[in-house]
Design a protein around this ligand. Structure first.
Ligand code: SF4
Length: 430
């Protein structure tokens, strides 16, 4: 989502007559996009911006701006921590950035814009995209789930869905420009349309599956992905659509967070481990070749060895294709920040390491089952690590590495898998 926001603001600025600089040192305006989901990201942001003090001293005309969740979280208080900022702008105000910069160029004031947290963004379609074949398309903003560890509802506001016809217009435009794959983005894509009325429609008449069906019929688009699904909203209807709609990729990212019901309750996740397991079983029943990935937090307040053991068991039982795993860190004002951060740093680190090692073994085992099979791979480009190799993704979102040629970039080719690692499939084009 943050990537798409950066791309969107870049596009707005290009359309307003600005140009991309070739380096930070040569730039007249430097904008940092920020994530506050984990404290570590926030600490790095503060240190990276503070590092520009000398540059700003040498070039007082330099404009330094902050956008994203940290800007929203701290509002004007961010200026106490980062006095070198010229502007700070929350996610809801990002469409205003070209105007904010022009204002600063004319008046040299400091601007903090965080008042549009719950508003729909204006429907602007800047042409700029970082990739030529794959595009991120936001279908909604904000979240109403209030998972107790999560800052998102406080910095991205209440859940609101974009009107379907605007999304479809954007995807048709992308298809017309040669894009092959769209990734539909939202904090909880499965609840699309449930909260916000969609220009007179509601979830009974138009929901996420209807949106998938409409996008599936757009000529030129060959692949549809989506992220993120919440286990409480991922439905049989969705899994049937994933089975039946030929362009919808067979990959489900379904954050588990913990295998302990006690911790899930404290996290306010609205499902139990058993219910989660059933959801995955149902998905695999309908999308038998599908992959499943997840997110896990270790060391949530009061997580015992026993709770952690339940997470380990879930990971072993489900055998995810991949997992993003994190150490818990309190994110005020999220509710869990009021709980004692009781698991020591050492224990969090040990638990995280154990899970990463376990998941590596499982990912390798899952990938080994694919040796000898042929997959459709959308070719991204040359492999940065191995000369003469190319890389792309399977429909199941696995990275494939193979001998290829530049003319394959942006095309879907068949790749026969000859060897695997936990994180990639290696093969040859057939
Ligand atoms: S579903 Fe939970 S974790 Fe995801 S954005 Fe919403 S509050 Fe945060």
């Amino acid at each position: 989502m943050s990537f798409r926001d950066s791309e969107f603001v870049t596009g707005l600025l290009l359309d307003s007559g600005f140009a991309l600089a070739d380096s930070m040192e040569n730039a007249d305006i430097i904008i940092f996009n920020s994530c506050s989901v984990r404290k570590h990201a926030e600490d790095r942001l503060i240190s990276n911006i503070s590092d520009l003090k000398l540059l700003k001293k040498r070039r007082p005309g330099l404009i330094i701006g902050l956008m994203g969740c940290t800007a929203q979280s701290y509002k004007s208080k961010i200026l106490e921590r980062l006095p070198i900022l010229d502007f700070s702008c929350g996610p809801g105000n990002e469409s205003d950035i070209p105007g904010i910069i022009k204002d600063i160029l004319e008046n040299r004031g400091i601007i903090v814009a965080t008042d549009k947290i719950d508003q729909m963004r204006p429907e602007l379609f800047p042409a700029y995209r970082e990739d030529r074949y794959k595009a991120y398309v936001s279908i909604g903003e904000g979240c109403n789930n209030f998972c107790s560890y999560c800052i998102v509802p406080y910095v991205r506001g209440r859940e609101r869905s974009r009107v379907a016809k605007d999304i479809i217009k954007e995807v048709k435009d992308l298809a017309g420009r040669g894009f092959k794959e769209v990734m539909l983005l939202g904090q909880n894509v499965n609840s699309y349309g449930k909260v916000t009325s969609l220009a007179g429609l509601n979830a009974k008449t138009y929901n996420f599956v209807h949106l998938l069906e409409d996008i599936n019929s757009i000529k030129g688009i060959e692949r549809i992905r989506f992220m993120t699904s919440h286990p409480k909203d991922a439905s049989t209807e969705l899994f049937k659509a994933m089975r039946d709609l030929e362009k919808v990729c067979e990959h489900l990212h379904l954050p588990l967070q913990s295998g302990s019901d006690r911790i899930l309750k404290l996290m306010n996740r609205s499902y139990t481990a058993k219910k989660y397991m059933k959801t995955v079983e149902e998905y695999r029943k309908y999308v038998s070749v599908g992959s499943v990935t997840t997110d896990i937090i270790v060391g949530f307040p009061s997580e015992t060895k026993n709770d952690f053991g339940k997470t380990v068991k879930m990971i072993k039982d489900i055998e995810f294709d991949g997992a993003y795993m994190f150490k818990y860190s309190p994110r005020p004002p999220a509710k869990s920040s009021g709980l004692k951060d009781s698991v020591s740093r050492e224990d969090k680190e040990k638990r995280l390491e154990a899970l990463i090692n376990l998941q590596c073994e499982i990912s390798l085992k899952r990938n080994e089952l694919l040796t000898g099979k042929v997959f459709d791979v959308l070719v991204d480009g040359e492999n940065k690590r191995e000369a003469s190799k190319f890389t792309g993704r399977t429909g199941t979102n696995k990275v494939a590495v193979f001998d290829g040629s530049k003319d394959m970039i942006g095309r879907i080719v068949g790749v026969k898998i000859e060897s695997v690692t936990p994180h990639a499939l290696k093969g040859r084009v057939v």
